[in-house]
Design a protein around this ligand. Structure first.
Ligand code: PAF
Length: 283
């Protein structure tokens, strides 16, 4: 496999994208903050056959971290990321510096209103403004026809789909299923921070989703009962501390009282100092 080209500035990225488009190639983007794992690679493998120029962006975006500690400890694994991109046939890695992304005097933000207010948005002030701002900048530089995101960050996916639609970005924003460890833990770059004990107890998120899904299969349609069933699993887990656990409309992310339309159970749980999120379809 040829080595992916490493691109550091928006100008160089835009030129590479325009050259590909001029040749009639489709451009695909998998946006990441690095520390690549099998979840990211599943997005890359999905996008690879769909485009002539496949770009993975690697940028740890300071604008979306609501806690300085989280940003400081975010894992950086450049050598391994580069090797994985090469092995999966990525054409270019767009890895701008913070100064190239946010030069002195930078003062603009992009905000999606309603979808960002609850769930993650309620617990991580400013987070989604940081995400939408950087993703719009990535889209502007890469000029993709399609961009692929994981469903683990389900609210993020819906927010970016909304932004692409509202602002006529002309980018197809595709969500792909969460990749899990064999025991069910959703892959996340933050899992490396879990102690062996926390890692064991972190399975409570998947088990809570399973418990709710069992109740749905048994005929339960009331959101309160499904929420209570899942909550009982989290509350019985040593060291687990809940931020939120809700049953929401899969499109609008508004709370549901009954499963009368496509629904999603979404949750955020602290295991020690590590915050984990997970979600799944309920029907
Ligand atoms: O999901 C992520 O890794 C980030 O939020 C993203 C989409 C790359 C924006 O920084």
């Amino acid at each position: 496999m040829p080595e992916p080209r490493v691109i550091r500035t928006p100008q160089e990225m835009a030129a590479a994208s325009q050259a590909a488009r001029a040749k009639g190639q489709r451009v695909g983007l998998v946006p990441t903050m690095g520390a690549l794992h099998a979840g990211h690679l599943s997005l890359v493998d999905f996008a690879r056959p769909l485009c002539g120029l496949l770009v993975v962006s690697i940028f740890v975006n300071p604008l979306q971290f609501d806690r300085a500690e989280d940003l400081e400890h975010y894992p950086v694994t450049w050598e391994a990321d580069h090797a994985l991109c090469a092995a999966h046939g990525v054409d270019a890695i767009y890895a701008p510096t913070a100064a190239a992304m946010y030069p002195q005097g930078f003062q603009s933000k992009v905000r999606v209103e309603g979808l960002t207010q609850e769930l993650e948005g309620a617990f991580r002030p400013g987070h989604f403004d940081g995400v939408t701002t950087v993703v719009l900048k990535l889209f502007n530089a890469v000029g993709p026809h399609l961009a692929v995101f994981g469903e683990k960050d389900y609210q993020q996916l819906r927010v970016i789909q909304r932004m692409a639609q509202d602002l006529d970005l002309g980018v197809e924003v595709i969500g792909r299923p969460t990749v899990r460890e064999p025991d069910g833990l959703a892959l996340s770059s933050r899992n490396v921070h879990l102690s062996p004990e926390e890692r064991k107890h972190a399975l409570c998120l998947r088990r809570a989703l399973d418990r709710a899904q069992e109740r749905v299969r048994a005929g339960e349609r009331g959101a309160a009962a499904l929420r209570a069933a899942a909550l009982a699993v989290i509350e019985a887990t040593p060291g687990a501390r809940l931020d939120y656990l809700e049953v929401v409309d899969a499109q609008e992310l508004t709370r549901l009282t009954r499963l009368d339309r496509p629904a999603r159970m979404v949750m955020a749980v602290w295991m020690g100092k590590t915050r984990l999120i997970d979600n799944d379809a309920l029907n």
